[in-house]
Design a protein around this ligand. Sequence first.
Ligand code: IPE
Ligand code: IPE
Ligand code: MG
Length: 257
Amino acid sequence: MNQDSPSEEVLLARIDRKRLPRHIAIVMDGNGRWAKRRGLPRQVGHRAGVNTVREIVRASGELGLETLTLFAFSTENWKRPQWEVNALMRLLVQTVRSEVKEINRSNVRITVSGRWDELPDATREAIGYAIEQTAGNSGLRLNLALNYGGRRELIEAAQRISRDVLDGKFPPEAIDENLFEKYLQTAGLLDPDLFIRTSGEMRISNFLLYQLAYTEIVVSPVYWPDFSRQHFYEAILDYQLRERRFGLTGDQVRHSS
Ligand code: IPE
Ligand code: IPE
Ligand code: MG
């Protein structure tokens, strides 16, 4: 943030509460480069990133968002050096254990998209505990994308649907968007309205390939550990300036609203 940018309070006051995105999905990127720039090991960047997670979850809850999906570990991230994968898995355990109390106090419900059944035992247990402890909460839904990959999600949906067709549960003609979405790892969630990626990378990296069809995209140049409430509010304000056309003409959209 440079000296001249509006303060957090000013940005917050500019947000139109009646037109909030209902679901924001974030690719939290740039932890490694943040650390490297300081001559520190990559895992220090991941640790610093946890502070950003805490702030953005708080901000989302205070705004009254329905869902915040955070991409925490991709199906491709297993290919990183083993020490980094281990560090990330340990960090997940520590973070969940230290944060679950506040998360519960804030009425936040934790859910997961992704094959978290394949995570190492300690991580899987910590995540299972967090899901269970927060299951009754009715505020923000904090959806963690863990061991998530969009292609794998779609392929597994195709496998399960085929199995159900072969079992005679429904004919192939019954497969429509409504049915298909029930087989995705985001079943029951609205599609994201706003997709934020930090660290300036202009790519999706196998995140929510189906669900992002009409999501508004904001790329922030800032590395995730430096991403603040100001940046988050700016992304929402940017979203509120967009005209979402869903294939219609601008005139059609303006006349219907
Ligand atoms: C995002 O930061 C965190 C995860 C992918 C788990 P990175 O670790 O990708 O950071 P960069 O992209 O190397 O800077
Ligand atoms: C995407 O970031 C995955 C997460 C943020 C968890 P990556 O850093 O893995 O993506 P690429 O490799 O730069 O595309
Ligand atoms: Mg990265």
